[in-house]
Design a protein around this ligand. Structure first.
Ligand SMILES: Cc1ncc(COP(=O)(O)O)c(C=O)c1O
Length: 501
């Protein structure tokens, strides 16, 4: 494919094309606000915001099949600013100059088909989209690329002179924010607030390594979020939680990439997403809605949101079948292995309510569902997935447990094809795997290890044989004996038969 395949008024490789009429749109009172400001809630009614392109329908001037060609053409280019979420820049930041784009390797994450054995176990065709393969090892980098590119633009255009980026986090937002802030040093610095003892050591090491000021608060994420809101309302700081609407915009790229990964044929597709603060499911719905509206995809995929029964305010809301009787109530969370989603009062709940409604209406039927799973199911399915060649963390396990539950409830049928949002890399949450293997879960998690899934390292010691640990190293015949006896011992434990005498 090359540029001459396109009509002359379409320049698929020349980007970004200026345009659009972007505003902050309030979900409470529909007021609109200037995007060249740091704004997180509506100054009139305090509701959350989304970014809207008031000239969005201009995209219809290019037919859906041509849009697909454009995106596929861009995928083949070696232009850093187009390698990440801005491959779809008309839908994410049409007014953003190329020089402002910050690309640290995010986006374009692989879609990996589950092994035949795992598909057989689950009963349907199944893929993992591995967002743990983003630079800070979680999906958050998509939103941060968008939010920090926008900050970079405000700095480059003199609207801001410097920025202190702040966020509350269950571990992954802080890792991502600290990474992107460090790239824009010295004009950007970062400070992150974490619930003390409720992020994993790996997650904690990330903002520390990237040089953020790290503050630990006694409490849970919801408490940290209140402090960060207080900071953003009373001090000159940029808030980088998903309350920041630019984050949502960047995360919409997850849907755009799925569309492209499946050659824009989204019929029979089910996308499964773990829910915490509900920013991700908001973005996934909005992304598919936009592509559907312009005719780039041929159907709106089914969306299954998943929550642990230790933190399930969104599930509780949708449990009421009659939309008119639904009332949102925050919940008190209990410790969960899906620790990054342990949120009782999701900031994006008003966005979810609005968009799920819009999504179902556009599809002409109910397409958004939320299911609840147990801690036991999350752990068992995480380990089962990884036993079959995957790299999911507990939240990816939550996605798989949610898919299995949705199948049992008849929400997903044999003809459906599922894409699971594997939101972070397994290594970030390996402490839960360790607790499972060692049967060391505190009782309140309610997790009992399945012996078939447990694994442990085996120390190999052969009685009477000198080992390298006995001295600095072995040499000569001692080494030969050590190697042979140790190999024989391992072969014996593995039940191997010697082929050479
Ligand atoms: C690994 C992981 N999965 C899922 C979630 C939930 O995403 P959201 O808060 O956007 O609902 C988070 C949020 O922190 C996360 O870090």
């Amino acid at each position: 494919m090359n540029p001459s395949d396109f009509p002359c008024d379409v320049q698929p490789h020349l980007v970004p094309r200026p345009g659009g009429d972007m505003v902050y749109k309030c979900l409470g009172c529909d007021a609109t606000h200037d995007i060249n400001t740091l704004l997180y809630t509506c100054p009139s009614c305090n509701s959350v915001l989304l970014i809207e392109d008031r000239d969005f329908d201009r995209h219809r001037a290019i037919p859906g099949p041509l849009w697909r060609k454009i995106f596929d053409f861009r995928k083949s280019l070696n232009i850093p600013a187009l390698k990440g979420v801005y491959r779809f820049h008309e839908f994410i930041g049409p007014d953003l100059p190329l020089e402002a784009v910050v690309w640290l390797g995010e986006g374009g994450t692989p879609v990996v088909e589950a092994s035949p054995l795992l598909q057989q176990k689950v009963g349907i065709r199944l893929f993992f989209k591995n967002d743990g393969q983003n630079p800070s090892a979680s999906f958050k980098d998509r939103g941060m690329a968008s939010a920090f590119s926008r900050i970079n633009f405000l700095l480059q255009s003199g609207i801001l002179s410097n920025v202190l980026a702040v966020c509350a986090s269950t571990g992954d937002t802080s890792a991502s924010a600290a990474l992107y802030a460090a790239y824009l040093k010295p004009r950007v610095t970062s400070a992150v607030l974490l619930p003390h003892g409720k992020v994993t050591p790996q997650q904690l090491s990330q903002p520390l390594g990237n040089g953020a000021a790290v503050f630990e608060i006694a409490g849970v994420f919801d408490d940290c979020m209140k402090v960060v809101e207080e900071l953003s309302e009373n001090y000159n700081v940029a808030l980088l939680n998903s309350k920041n609407a630019w984050r949502i915009l960047g995360q919409e790229s997850y849907s755009y990439e799925i569309a492209q990964d499946f050659s824009y044929d989204t019929r029979n597709l089910t996308v499964v997403v773990p829910i915490g603060n509900a920013g991700n499911i908001t973005a996934v719905m909005n992304g598919f809605l936009k592509f559907f509206r312009i005719g780039i995809i041929n159907a709106l995929p089914k969306i299954i949101g998943v929550q642990s029964d230790h933190a399930s305010p969104v599930f509780q809301y949708y449990r009421e079948p009659d939309p008119a009787r639904r009332r949102f109530a925050p919940v008190t969370v209990k410790p969960s292995v899906a620790q990054a989603a342990m949120i009782g009062n999701p900031v994006s709940m008003p966005r979810v309510i609005r968009l799920a409604d819009r999504y179902d209406q556009a599809a002409g039927q109910r397409r958004v569902f939320v299911v609840e799973v147990s801690e036991q199911q999350i752990m068992d399915w995480q380990l089962t997935a990884n036993r079959h060649g995957n790299i999911v963390c507990t939240h990816g396990g939550e996605s798989l447990a949610g898919l299995v539950t949705a199948r049992q409830q008849g929400l997903v049928t044999d003809d459906d094809m599922a894409v699971l949002d594997s939101t972070a890399h397994m290594l970030k949450f390996s402490n839960f795997q360790q607790m499972y293997f060692e049967n060391a879960f505190p009782a309140h998690y309610g997790v009992t290890p399945d012996p078939a899934l447990v694994n442990a390292p085996q120390l190999v010691e052969v009685p009477g044989i000198a080992t390298p640990a006995d001295r600095e190293t072995l040499s000569g015949p001692e080494m030969t004996t050590f190697v042979r006896k140790t190999a024989d011992e391992i072969a014996n434990r593995l039940g191997l038969k010697r082929t050479k005498q």
